[in-house]
Design a protein around this ligand. Structure first.
Ligand code: SF4
Length: 301
């Protein structure tokens, strides 16, 4: 929990950050664009986020503190990625099923937090977060972000949101700040779901005929499909990633046995025979966990 209680996120409004975030994959940020099917481009030409001037790279030992003064300014105009575990927590906090929570609070099949036309998060009422106990990881970490790349993961400190009443300080360390946000179960959830990515990859290799499928094009199309916010194809695996209650017949509702969700996803995966569906679901899972989508589609034979 942030020191001030109700919390918020990134110092966004900064669209440069949004555009770049999906490529370097800052936890919680994703590309928002009018046509995601056409705007996803190469990854190699974009500088890491922590080298950008409005982001400060920090270590776990860096001095850092943040006092949220509940102004609600940080809960506007953001792009926040939702993991399957985030979605379950949101649903529980709202007293909804995961399917209902997807409809009320998310975009892109459950993987992005919904911000309304007026810029406000769908969970914001006045200056209060109505799902405070189940707010996503990105909201808990704010104003820190988490960046992943091939060299590992690192925290970064984000600039304040315009007009924010939040107060930055150095009363503690990054590690102490993060520990105080109640994020251990979120990281554990990410680890559990991340293990599935390898299984998705194995399934693609088992069912795809890469003598007939051009791998680079296959990857590109799968990533575009995962990023699409509309006109996407039916994909029961992607639905199952976020609709935990539906695939677990309500069992997740009772006591959050994430293993039940993982098992249900594994069963579905074993029955799926369309490699493109598996690939786009794998890219979506990677995105939702804060990884670059292409990392889910590196094939090792
Ligand atoms: S879920 Fe929405 S209202 Fe709640 S902290 Fe996050 S951005 Fe703010």
């Amino acid at each position: 929990m942030n020191p001030g209680g109700q919390t918020c996120k990134r110092s966004l409004g900064d669209h440069r950050l949004v555009r770049l975030a999906v490529r370097r994959n800052l936890r919680g940020f994703h590309e928002r664009c009018s046509n995601p099917r056409t705007q996803y481009q190469g990854l190699a030409d974009v500088p890491p986020l922590h080298r950008l001037p409005y982001i400060t790279q920090v270590t776990r030992e860096s001095r850092f503190s943040y006092l949220c003064n509940q102004c609600g300014r940080c809960c506007r105009d953001k792009v926040i990625t939702i993991s399957p575990y985030d979605l379950i927590r949101i649903a529980r906090a709202a007293g909804l099923s995961t399917a209902e929570a997807i409809g009320r609070y998310t975009l892109r099949r459950g993987s992005l937090l919904l911000f309304n036309q007026d810029g406000k998060c769908a969970a914001l009422e006045g200056v209060a977060c109505t799902i405070h106990n189940g707010r996503p990881l990105a909201c808990r970490l704010y104003p820190l972000g988490l960046e992943h790349d091939s060299n590992g993961s690192r925290f970064i400190a984000l600039d304040p949101a315009a007009g924010s009443a939040g107060v930055y300080g150095n009363d503690s360390t990054v590690a102490e700040f993060v520990e105080g946000q109640g994020v251990a179960s979120y990281f554990a959830g990410i680890d559990l779901y991340a293990k599935l990515i390898e299984r998705f990859r194995d399934r693609i290799i088992a069912i795809a005929d890469f003598d007939k499928i051009e791998l680079a094009d296959f990857r590109r199309r799968a990533i575009r499909e995962a990023l699409a916010e509309s006109n996407y194809d039916y994909n029961p695996l992607i639905d199952a990633l976020f609709e935990a209650d539906s695939v677990c017949a309500g069992r997740v509702l009772i006591d959050l046995p994430l293993s039940a969700h993982i098992e249900a996803l594994s069963d579905l995966l074993a029955r799926e025979s369309d490699p493109f569906r598996v690939a786009s679901a794998s890219a979506m899972l990677a995105l939702s966990l804060g990884y670059r989508p292409d990392t889910a589609l590196v094939m090792r034979w």
